[in-house]
Design a binder for this molecule. Structure first.
Ligand code: UD1
Length: 430
């Protein structure tokens, strides 16, 4: 298993190209199942999760062709995927696949909408919490799906097709919004989703569905009104930039000091996180080419935040902010309100010398003068990148084990950081 070795202490300077968003690329790839025509997605990041979903979609009969990157082309633009689901040959998504990546559960809505039948494994438990799928099922039932659960599988059918409905989600869920939005695009009549997730990735999927022929009002708001179509068409769509990757690098620069341009990042998708970083005393400038982050010697001020659905502070940046706050001059408080068990990084950050106390959903972080390098273990995607941030500011050497978690969601992480001066390298275990 690969490890990443980091020698901390250096500043970061230069430009980091921001990749396409993993959390948009995944549902956009799934949207290809809604049409027999070709869906072309540009700026798809090269990530383990994307490659796994490609395998899952191929299993269902989706044909995927990937255009190579042109040499000399803009380095931040990812690959181009051409996806064609002329025939869906298999309506089952097996446990072996869905258990490895939760987002693959989102094939459920498109399968029922297009084929009238689906058998999709329940995603099962997950390191960061129980993560149920009741809201997904509630929404799809409202659209007319008959759903049974049998031996760990969701068995769904809609012999007469899906129809529009009014769905009021009792809680904001990104995944349930995607699942219902995708299905509603092929349902008969109008669907109203209230309390929909407003994450930019949901808006990106809705924009793509509009290009495919659906009519959707309220994109970017918590009320989505979708006029379904009998058939959707092919389209060409560019995946939006990854706000979580951008926020992560912004916090890395805030932690180490330095001056970095996050090329291609969109400040409007990151307002709350950028405000939080500004409050720590870091300079953030929004420019045409991206977001510039700079800190020159000034101490980091402690801040307190709680995670919230968009436009609030994202749970996917909570671990990274905590790594940053381990070096603040004072005490910060971070409350996690989305996932009940998303504090696995705390124990590992403590191994580097961080002073963090946990009480239920709240972490209290007392800034320390220095962190010291140590061997640590990555536990999940965002937790592992918080260890990278901490290691970049620690004295001496840190080795991060189980880096496959990082490869799920961060494209060329070591390369991007090394180009800005970080002493970081991957050690392949052969
Ligand atoms: C997505 C993101 C993930 C991010 C999360 C919250 C992708 C691939 N993943 O995950 O990176 O951390 O949004 O922004 O885009 N819930 C229920 N019932 C359900 C569904 C969810 O109770 O049927 C709860 C969850 O347990 C959690 C909360 O709702 O407490 C939010 O989860 P949700 O927004 O659905 O997260 P995901 O879509 O899984």
């Amino acid at each position: 298993m690969d490890r990443i070795k980091i020698v901390g202490g250096g500043r970061l300077t230069g430009t980091i190209p921001i990749s396409g968003a993993k959390n948009a690329a995944l549902p956009l790839m799934i949207a290809s199942m809604l049409t027999a025509d070709r869906l072309t997605l540009k700026n798809v990041p090269n990530l383990a999760d994307v490659n796994l979903l490609a395998r899952i979609l191929r299993n269902h009969g989706v044909d995927l062709a990937v255009d190579g990157k042109r040499s000399g082309g803009p380095s931040h633009l990812g690959e181009t995927f051409h996806l064609t689901a002329r025939d869906i040959v298999d309506t089952t998504a097996p446990y072996e696949m869905v258990s490895r990546m939760r987002a693959s559960f989102w094939v459920l809505g498109p399968l029922i909408a297009r084929m009238g039948i689906a058998k999709v494994s329940l995603p099962g438990g997950c390191a960061i919490g129980t993560r149920p799928v009741d809201l997904h099922l509630q929404g799809l039932k409202a659209l007319g799906a008959e759903i049974d659960i049998d031996r760990g599988y969701v068995l769904a059918k809609a012999p007469k097709g899906l129809h529009g409905a009014r769905i009021v989600f009792p809680k904001v869920s990104v995944g349930a919004t995607h699942n219902v939005l995708l299905a509603a695009a092929l349902a008969k009549g109008e669907t109203l989703i209230e309390n929909a997730a407003r994450e930019p990735e949901v808006g990106d999927v809705a924009d793509c569905l509009v290009k495919m022929g659906a009519r959707i009002d309220g994109i970017g708001t918590s009320t989505l009104r979708i006029q379904g179509r009998d058939r959707l068409e092919g389209a060409v769509h560019t995946v939006l930039p990854d706000r979580i990757e951008a926020g992560t690098f912004a916090m890395a620069v805030a932690a180490t000091g330095g001056d970095v341009m996050l090329a291609g990042a969109r400040a409007t998708d990151l307002t709350t996180a950028l405000d939080a970083i500004r409050r720590t005393g870091v300079e953030i400038t929004e420019a045409d080419e991206g977001i510039r982050v700079a800190r020159n010697g000034a101490a980091l001020e402690p801040i307190s935040i709680e995670t919230q659905p968009f436009p609030g502070f994202p749970t996917d940046l909570q671990a990274q902010l905590m790594a940053l706050m381990t070096r603040a001059r004072g005490t910060s408080v971070i409350r996690e309100t989305i996932f009940e068990n998303r504090f696995m990084h705390v124990q590992e950050l403590r191994r580097l010398g961080a002073d963090i106390q946990l009480h239920g959903d709240t972490a209290t972080i007392k800034g320390v003068r220095t962190l010291q390098g140590a061997p640590v273990m990555a536990t999940d995607l965002r937790a592992s990148v918080s260890l990278v941030i901490a290691a970049l500011t620690a004295e001496g050497e840190t080795t991060i084990n189980r880096v496959y978690h990082l490869d799920r969601g961060f494209e060329r992480l070591e390369e991007k950081l090394a180009r800005c001066g970080a002493d970081i390298e991957r050690q392949s275990a052969g």
